[in-house]
Design a protein around this ligand. Structure first.
Ligand SMILES: Cc1cc2nc3c(=O)[nH]c(=O)nc-3n(C[C@H](O)[C@H](O)[C@H](O)COP(=O)(O)O)c2cc1C
Length: 273
């Protein structure tokens, strides 16, 4: 029952009582100070207003302690090239990261991307097949002993095309943001050895699908089309970053000074055409 309805009921009850009063009593009632009536109206208004406030109050959505705002995540999500060796990313971590792909858009909803997870020895074995920090040729990345502890090899089930690449960008950034939320740091790697990535992906499938293929005389490659299109390296980051806001005609090259990795980003005003 609403507050207004309650108040109306209350008024009706008062009217009823009034009808049953004799004149003397009515006179007594009149003598009741106007102030009392005023007070009642004020109390009524106060309570009514409080009730309305309560009803109109917007639901406050409280974020859990560890949920970060998008800007915080985006800023934290810098391309990492040095990792803490003692922290090992697990396959379970990677599965959580890949799970973001069940929540993101993709062209015609075709979901053509697949993900090979590498942790432990498999990740360590793959590390020599990536290239990091092309703009800092005098430095070695990752530094010896600071390698990423996991990789995701992103594959396409159709030959790479414009739509696959757009899907890939959305997928990669979503996975990196998830990793950041989990306290990990990663990097997209386009400079990887494609043959080795293919070999790793296919050898995993070979082991899995021996039973499907047995007696058919087919190789795994005849059955599955999987083209490695990007590698994501992951681990616990060990770098400090600073974004520099630049004009569009200034150098875009990232650089390092006193242990800080500087990343120039064209300021928003210059991006809008
Ligand atoms: C598609 C793609 C491919 C990349 N490939 C490499 C790579 O092969 N090696 C590397 O060191 N960084 C690579 N990067 C990371 C970029 O160098 C990095 O995004 C850029 O310097 C800006 O830094 P930020 O990610 O911290 O904003 C790649 C990034 C993207 C998006």
């Amino acid at each position: 029952m609403s507050w207004d309805e309650l108040r109306k009921l209350d008024e009706l009850r008062n009217l009823d009582e009034l009808r049953n009063l004799d004149l003397k009593k009515l006179d007594e009632l009149r003598k009741h100070s106007l102030n009392e009536l005023k007070l009642r109206i004020m109390a009524d208004n106060y309570l009514g207003k409080k009730m309305e406030d309560l009803q109109n109050r917007k639901k406050v959505v409280r974020t859990k302690g560890n949920v970060k705002s998008l800007d915080t995540l985006l800023l934290k999500n810098r391309s990492c090239r040095t990792w803490v060796p003692s922290v090992k990313v697990t396959e379970e971590d990677l599965r959580k990261i890949v799970a973001v792909n069940t929540m993101i858009p993709c062209a015609k909803n075709q979901q053509v991307l697949r993900f090979k997870l590498l942790t432990g020895k498999a990740a360590a074995d793959f590390c020599p097949f990536i290239k990091l920090g092309a703009l800092l040729p005098d430095m070695k990345f990752p530094p010896e002993g600071c390698e990423p502890s996991a990789f995701i090899i992103v594959c396409s089930t159709v030959p790479e095309n414009k739509w696959v690449d757009i899907d890939l960008g959305i997928s990669a950034q979503s996975m990196l943001l998830k990793a950041t939320e989990m306290g990990l740091s990663g990097i997209c790697i386009g400079a990887f050895n494609k043959e080795e990535a293919e070999r790793v992906v296919m050898s995993g499938l070979q082991a899995k699908s021996r039973s499907i293929l047995s007696g058919k005389g087919e190789g795994v490659a005849d059955v599955f089309f999987l083209e490695p299109v990007l590698v994501i390296a992951l681990g616990k980051g060990a770098e400090k970053y600073q974004i520099l806001h630049i004009a569009e005609n200034e150098s875009h090259d990232y650089f390092r000074e006193n242990g800080i990795h500087y990343i120039p980003k064209v300021r928003a005003e210059d991006l809008i055409i």
